[in-house]
Design a protein around this ligand. Structure first.
Ligand code: NAP
Length: 413
């Protein structure tokens, strides 16, 4: 065969063929006929070998080395074998990558095909999320709330967006925010970017006292979150005209804009008063709760109405003395968990929903992975010994007045 014929048959250029000869991938072709180089069957074999190995991903250098060894004779068989095995590993790794790329492409194509049928573009969750098994609490209206969520207090918009985005990849479904955290838009962006179907999520937010008399407050919070309903809507503080705020919740509940409603920081006299005035019993209360302060007194009222408790400061707002209590260190060693994970498991076994806040992706992951062990009754009793009624946060009447007067600067974009 002439160069032209070889090039035509194998779809390569004469330059490539010459280059292969130059670098030794194809032994030099010496036979000529009428001055034209002529490829014998053996030469063609080398060309085919080169094309096949190169298209499979073998480097030119490796191929040249292989040809050189081959020409040296049979004594190089072990070296040739070793070289091919090395090449095979490289090619296998390349194939795996190709396969992954193919899978991604096929997946994307299938999502677009689905969207062309339904008009809705959704993305499946990452494997880590798909593999995670959540536990749920059943509320007094029959709805279900995941036992673990992510809190976003004191996270700026960029931090909140990042934490929620990462949390959603891992398997979180419950997100707690508040108008006053000024990160509702960021939370909304993370949710929308996740592609997770809205009904799979449990989103809770809170109205701040300055909005308790604002008839449009619920719509405004929904607009910031980029959703047309929340799963749980709280009034954040028993400050200002909180009864008007509670009526907003009841209306939102009836309108389907809040699937459940809740009160936050209503302890003592406030819950006693609300109890006489509510038309709809709330599903949740969100209050400070942790092993130092297990809300024993409040829980007696909650039990009467089957109102669930969602703990804030579940890790004592990161307090080292709580996290490093010897009992948690000991139990952590027993179960192969961190002390923080043991504390969070205590919350869920107390029947609380728990929403630890974090900017740290490893903490966020740890905080979710607490459902694969169970503290024994004796261990729960040992932890109960820490419950000395000690709070971190002491609210005063003056502060409540300040809350009523404060107008948070909600995000505008
Ligand atoms: N209704 C209310 O009035 C009210 C008040 C306060 C809070 N809340 C809600 O409750 C949520 C929880 O409260 P919170 O965030 O203030 O306190 P928290 O969850 O008790 O503690 C958060 C702190 O603990 C650290 N942390 C988180 N996971 C950890 C882990 N696995 N190991 C060690 N440290 C860890 C965090 O630091 P890294 O960032 O480094 O992880 C952060 O400093 C809030 O985010 C908010 O949604 C509501």
């Amino acid at each position: 065969m002439t160069i032209k014929e070889v090039c035509e048959k194998y779809g390569i250029t004469a330059d490539t063929l010459r280059y292969y000869e130059k670098v030794g991938v194809v032994p030099p072709v010496t036979r000529t006929k009428g001055g034209i180089r002529c490829y014998t069957a053996q030469d063609i074999g080398w060309v085919e070998n080169a094309i096949c190995m190169r298209s499979a991903g073998l480097s030119v250098e490796m191929l040249a080395e292989y040809v050189r060894l081959f020409q040296e004779g049979d004594s190089t068989i072990p070296a040739r074998r070793a070289l091919l095995m090395e090449a095979r590993e490289e090619i296998a790794a390349g194939l795996k990558k190709y396969q992954e790329t193919m899978d991604k492409l096929n997946y994307k194509i299938s999502r677009y095909e689905e969207a062309m049928k339904t008009g809705i573009l959704t993305w499946d969750a990452p494997k880590e999320r798909r593999d995670f098994q959540m536990e749920f609490i059943t509320l007094n209206n029959g709805k279900k709330c995941p036992v673990i969520g992510i809190g976003t207090f004191m996270l700026n918009p960029a931090e909140a967006e990042n934490s929620v985005r990462e949390a959603l990849k891992m398997g979180y479904s419950c997100i707690d925010t508040a108008a006053a955290y000024c990160n509702e838009r960021a939370v909304g962006r993370a949710i929308s970017a996740s592609g997770i179907a809205r009904e799979e999520l449990f989103l809770s937010t809170k109205l701040w006292p300055c909005d308790y008399e604002n008839e449009n407050a619920v719509n405004e919070t929904l607009e910031r979150l980029g959703t047309n309903y929340v799963d749980l809507l709280y009034i954040h503080q028993p400050a200002g005209n909180w009864l008007a705020g509670y009526r907003l919740l009841e209306k939102a509940y009836k309108d389907g804009k809040a699937k459940s409603i809740g009160i936050s920081n209503f302890e003592g006299e406030y819950i006693a008063e609300l109890e006489t005035k509510w038309e709809i019993v709330p599903q949740f209360i969100q209050v400070e709760a942790h092993p130092y302060f297990a809300q024993d007194e409040l829980r007696a009222t909650l039990d009467k109405y089957d109102i669930k408790l969602m703990s804030w400061y579940p890790l004592g707002h990161g307090d080292k003395s709580l996290i490093e209590e010897p009992v948690f260190v000991k139990l952590g060693e027993k179960y192969g968990k961190s002390s923080a994970q043991v504390i969070l498991r205590w919350h869920t076994q107390m029947g609380f929903a728990v929403i630890p806040g974090s900017k740290n992706v490893e903490h966020i992951r740890d905080n979710l992975n607490i459902l694969d062990f169970t503290l024994t009754a004796e261990e729960m009793a040992e932890i109960a010994k820490l419950n000395k009624g000690v709070r971190y946060y002491h609210r005063t009447d003056e502060q409540l007045k300040g809350f009523a007067a404060w107008h948070p600067e909600y995000e505008t974009k």
